[in-house]
Design a protein around this ligand. Structure first.
Ligand SMILES: Nc1ncnc2c1ncn2[C@@H]1O[C@H](COP(=O)(O)OP(=O)(O)O)[C@@H](O)[C@H]1O
Ligand SMILES: [Mg+2]
Length: 398
């Protein structure tokens, strides 16, 4: 199978995964599904979905939106708040999300579009053109009457059998620094809970744990609003299911030893799985992923990830003469992901030791390394970045 005859790559680095290629997360799904069922019965719920960058928060949110529409008749609104800084921005992005992220059921979407026709500009052949001026003009009102706004939306689609709403606030990174956001969320939940007739609302916030902490700093009671669902790295079974499903969709087989390599270097990180999978997909020539294909893919992915994740600064540092012996030492240490600073320092000169400290701090800041449980222990966050750094250390030499 040459590149010319290949089908489309079943990998989606940098995008929430389509429902068809979503794998695993059974425990997390069950936990959210239980809350969704409560909402279907009329009881509002709020969940904070946490986990580090690239672990699969947006993908799981997207999947739950699909799931709860199918199983529990909730209408889902997936709002990406990246770039939003004010509550009015939230209102604007909510309207956009309602109109741009269509319900899976077309008749529901038709009703939604009718209800919100004033926010739609010219109807285009493909999708809708939004009337941004109209949305902006209404955004102060919507932000002050957010629950009534949602209620009005639900009223319009009730006839279609819709029982409640799922509102996902995703990518909350920027907005949480605005203290008003914490108050807005708390107000939303309280207002709804205290209403004579609460809106069946499944509220999901998705972000790293630091963002939840930040909200609590701004408004302490936020701590009590949410059930927390934490997403962790995938296990071997989930990773295998993913690679098999993705490759099988293009009639490609994966050998056992190749599979072990793909899983080993992905180390449970969905984001890495997609990058490694994609590179391997293009490396393969004959429809069977063997060890060579997997290694080729892994090296390409290491390059790619290194370039994207390891800041230019570190790259320069790695290539500079100063860090030469530190890197060389690191390359020779027999470790997988975690090492002790004292082991790294053995045999380094005093001035190199000082630079070593600096180097480790820099790597931590860039999230390449994190501190281990034991004092003086460091852990590589990604096996591929570790590989990349080793490859670079070798390159310095040659
Ligand atoms: N359950 C899953 N199955 C398959 N791929 C996934 C899954 N979860 C995440 N991914 C993939 O991993 C990458 C990161 O996922 P994403 O949902 O964007 O993470 P986050 O929102 O936590 O940063 C994306 O390429 C996505 O397609
Ligand atoms: Mg995301």
């Amino acid at each position: 199978m040459s590149a010319m005859t290949k089908g489309i790559s079943p990998f989606y680095p940098g995008q929430p995964v389509p429902v068809d290629f979503f794998v695993g997360r059974q425990k997390e799904i069950e936990k959210i599904a239980r809350a969704v069922r409560q909402v279907e019965l009329g009881k509002p719920q709020a969940i904070f979905l946490t986990g580090e960058y690239g672990i699969g928060k947006s993908s799981l949110s997207g999947f739950m939106r699909f799931y709860s529409e199918k199983e529990n008749h909730l209408f889902g609104i997936h709002v990406f708040l990246g770039g939003a800084t004010t509550i009015e921005d939230i209102a604007i992005k909510t309207v956009e999300a309602v109109l741009k992220s269509p319900a899976y059921e077309p008749t529901v979407m038709e009703k939604v579009r009718n209800a919100f026709s004033k926010y739609i500009g010219k109807q285009e052949l493909f999708g809708v053109q939004l009337n941004l001026d109209a949305i902006k003009a209404d955004s102060p009102n919507i932000s002050h009457g957010y629950i009534p706004f949602l209620r009005q939306l639900l009223e319009r689609i009730k006839d279609e059998g819709i029982k409640g709403l799922m509102l996902i606030f995703d990518e909350v990174n920027g907005i949480t620094s605005n203290p008003k956001f914490a108050h807005f969320i708390k107000g939303l939940v309280d207002e709804n809970a205290l209403s004579a007739n609460p809106l069946p609302l499944m509220l999901i916030l998705s972000g790293v744990e630091e963002r939840r902490r930040e909200m609590i700093l701004h408004h302490q009671p936020v701590e009590r609003i949410f059930d927390i669902v934490e997403i962790n790295p995938m296990n071997e079974v989930e990773m295998k299911a993913f690679f098999n499903k993705a490759f099988q969709s293009q009639n490609i087989l994966v050998n056992d030893d190749a599979m072990s390599l793909l899983c080993h270097y992905s180390a449970g990180f969905p984001k890495i799985m997609h990058i490694v999978g994609d590179a391997t997909f293009w490396a393969d020539q004959d429809g069977v992923i063997d060890k060579d294909d997997a290694l080729k893919g892994i090296f390409l992915a290491a390059e790619d990830i290194g370039r994207k994740f390891v800041d230019q600064q570190v790259l320069k540092a790695l290539r500079s003469k100063d860090y030469h012996s530190i890197m060389e030492k690191m390359g020779k240490l027999p470790f997988d992901l975690s090492f002790k600073k004292t082991d790294l320092e053995k045999g380094l000169s005093e001035s190199e030791k000082k630079k070593c400290n600096n180097f480790l701090q820099r790597m931590k800041k860039l999230r390449v390394l994190s501190s281990g449980d034991v004092q003086g222990e460091y852990i590589f966050n990604s096996r591929l970045v570790r590989l990349y750094i080793l490859l670079n250390a070798i390159n310095i030499h040659s």
